[in-house]
Design a protein around this ligand. Structure first.
Ligand code: PTT
Ligand code: SF4
Length: 624
């Protein structure tokens, strides 16, 4: 099978230790069998990392990968996967970022970049069709992501794509992300931290070559049709007005809005930080990714108080985690915290979790002012929260512990602390409380990177069909979404929101894939690849952890042990029996044994026999 477009056919290898840059032809089987994005990332990391590689050592690698539809006429195709072995979780980690760097990289001639080794001093990588340079970044080190991008644009012109890290990545805060265009973020499980460990401040791409397309007329007609469908959807107007921010009101109504470190699902001041208020009072302009007909970036500005004039891009997760989850009901403060997170290059979700965790421990007397560096931590206390956030980035006092993530911090603090760490596999939970949502809890529990909503956001479906209902349909839905969201969209590497929010049919992506590459794959072909990726990612975790236990796939203890005390669902909590039942069904449906380890027959079905050998060599027993 030959492709006629989509992939540009090269991988860029940057060895930072040797200061060497090499081009590699994109292997045909990598393209056809793993497609792109997450598929490329896990295959390269499995094949090329020695087991138990220290994530912050030169031996770890970062994979920055586009997909065959990235940068094409496909709607919303300016996406990029950044992946590595995660320093936060110790397992596979990735993130998806909307950035002009993605199409620029392809127009510069590369489908992916692999960073290897470690630079002696801070560097940035400048990529064009005329060559690739490893450039000195000493003048950028210590600067915020926003200052960094401004300087790089002054130096290289406006027509570039940039991804960079801020002080959080430099200081090896374990949940540092990469940032682009002053407010897009990617790589929650500490991919920015790995950049920092490698002393890579930024990547800059400037491309001008065409991305080949097999059948331009077919691609154009499909893309046009898709755009017309999106723009004429009844939800379009609200979407471009509020984007993901409309979820605040929905979450409040459904009692899943994380409040006070996921203690409650309702927040009294939710309206102040809701999508309606943002649109009417704070929104300044709409930003969008490359080729996006439904731009959702809410660039918003503080209107009152001491942060008046500060602007930041707002999304649901950011506002819930740096708002209700830490007791802040003033959008002006939420904007300031978001702006700081973007400048520092730190994940808003883990930051909001770390702050909420610390406040709860302080309130319960598990930590004292001696540990917090004299801070008195209270819900909604903006002064103390801003000071604590800064301590995390600078790794001062308790900030040093919290910068390791809530799982590691809780283990160190001991006592009852682990009960209040809202994380799975070391990655903090994103902004949906699951005291009364077992299927969503399963989604967090089985997400391939630790607790993230991106793979299977089943919560709105679950609320509709019944939270208490306990049958296999919940597991089927989680797996269906993992195939589509965690599979299809992460390998084609395009935005999933046209499908989720404005109902663009999945068949468009199949047809666009054909028009762009010339290859005929069905949705089932993509789902097979998605399942294969899930198995290889699971094997990667097992290889790195040296074992696997069911508990690793459990949601946070708090949801089982401390019920909600407010709102219409007061008294609700998860039960172990129900969760275990869902987990058993899930393992069975995936072809994994009762401990969550893929069976030999499952690995063989996906052509992953080489995995069996590696795991067995490491003393892991696999069932037939
Ligand atoms: C994503 C996670 C999310 S998911 C959000 S808001 W969301 C947070 N955004 C952050 C931010 O901003 N600044 C910051 N310092 N940290 C942040 N951490 C959080 O990171 C985003 C949109 C959104 S907004 C979502 S859901 C969709 N995500 C997609 C995805 O994952 N895949 C895909 N194919 N399409 C997607 N489309 C949507 O893109 P992570 P972005 Mg992000 C300021 O990276 O690690 O996956 O974590 O990408 O460009 O900001 O777009 O309510
Ligand atoms: Fe980017 Fe939003 Fe458009 Fe997706 S819908 S491509 S996140 S602007």
């Amino acid at each position: 099978m030959e492709w006629k477009g989509g992939w540009v056919g090269k991988i860029l290898r940057v060895n930072l230790s040797k200061e060497e840059v090499k081009e590699q032809d994109l292997p045909k089987d990598l393209a056809l069998e793993w497609i792109g994005g997450r598929g490329f990332a896990i295959k390269i990391l499995w094949d090329e990392l020695e087991p138990e590689t220290d994530p912050l050592s030169p031996e770890n690698k970062v994979v920055i990968a586009t997909g065959p539809l990235t940068g094409t006429i496909t709607p919303s195709s300016g996406k990029l996967v950044v992946a590595s072995k995660s320093p936060l979780t110790g397992g596979y980690g990735d993130g998806n970022i909307g950035t002009y760097f993605a199409p620029m990289l392809k127009m510069a001639g590369y489908d992916a970049v692999v960073l290897e080794g470690k630079a002696k001093k801070p560097v940035y990588i400048y990529i064009t069709p005329n060559g690739v340079e490893i450039k000195d970044a000493s003048h950028l080190w210590g600067k915020s992501t926003i200052e960094t991008e401004i300087i790089l644009r002054e130096d290289h012109g406006k027509n570039i794509g940039v991804i960079s890290i801020g002080p959080a990545g430099e200081n090896l805060v374990k949940f540092a992300v990469v940032i682009s265009e002053y407010g897009r973020a990617g790589g929650r499980p500490g991919i920015g931290t790995v950049f920092g460990a490698k002393k890579v401040k930024a990547l800059v791409a400037e491309g001008w070559n065409d991305i080949p397309v097999a059948n331009i007329d077919e691609a154009f007609n499909l893309a046009w049709e898709a755009r017309v469908k999106l723009l004429s959807h009844p939800g379009y107007r609200k979407w471009i007005g509020q984007g993901t921010m409309m979820t605040i009101e929905w979450s409040q109504e459904a009692s899943v809005l994380p409040t006070n470190n996921f203690s409650e699902g309702v927040f009294d001041a939710y309206m102040n930080i809701g999508g309606e208020t943002m649109e009417k009072v704070y929104k300044l302009l709409r930003k969008g990714c490359f080729s996006c007909p439904m731009p959702c970036g809410n660039l918003s500005i503080a209107k009152m108080g001491k942060f008046m004039g500060t602007w930041a891009e707002l999304d649901y997760e950011n506002v819930a985690m740096l708002g209700s989850n830490i007791g802040i009901g003033d959008m002006n403060i939420v904007i300031k915290l978001n702006r700081l997170a973007d400048e520092w290059g730190v994940d808003t979700i883990s930051l909001g979790n770390a702050i909420g965790f610390a406040i709860e421990l302080y309130q319960r007397g598990i930590i004292s002012q001696k540990q917090t560096g004299k801070l008195e931590l209270k819900w909604g206390d903006e002064e103390a929260i801003l000071a604590l956030a800064e301590k995390i980035i600078k790794r001062e006092d308790i900030g040093k512990l919290l910068a390791e993530g809530t799982r590691a911090a809780a283990e160190k603090i001991g006592k009852e602390a682990p009960k209040y760490a809202i994380q799975v596999k070391g990655l903090e939970v994103s902004a949906y409380d699951c005291h009364a949502a077992p299927a969503m809890a399963l989604s967090y529990g089985t997400s391939p990177i630790g607790a993230h909503h991106k793979d299977a956001w089943v919560i709105s479906w679950e609320v509709k069909i019944g939270r208490d209902k306990l049958d296999k349909s919940k597991v089927d839905k989680v797996i269906e979404f993992q195939r589509i969201r965690g599979g299809l969209f992460e390998i084609l590497t395009v935005c999933r929101l046209p499908w989720i929010e404005l109902a663009l049919d999945l068949e468009y992506y199949v047809k666009l894939f054909h028009a762009v590459t010339g290859i005929n794959y069905t949705l089932d072909n993509f789902f097979f690849i998605a399942d294969k990726i899930y198995n290889l990612i699971r094997a990667f975790w097992i290889r790195e952890y040296g074992e696997w236990r069911r508990e690793y796939d459990y949601p946070p203890r708090k949801w089982f042990e401390i019920p909600l005390s407010k709102g219409p669902l007061a008294g609700a909590k998860l039960t172990k029996e129900s969760y275990d039942k869902l987990l058993d069904w899930y393992y069975e449906a995936r072809g994994w044994d009762k401990n969550g380890v893929p069976r030999k027959s499952t690995l063989e079905k996906f052509g992953l026999s080489y995995v069996i050998e590696t795991l067995e060599e490491r003393g892991i027993t696999l069932s037939e």
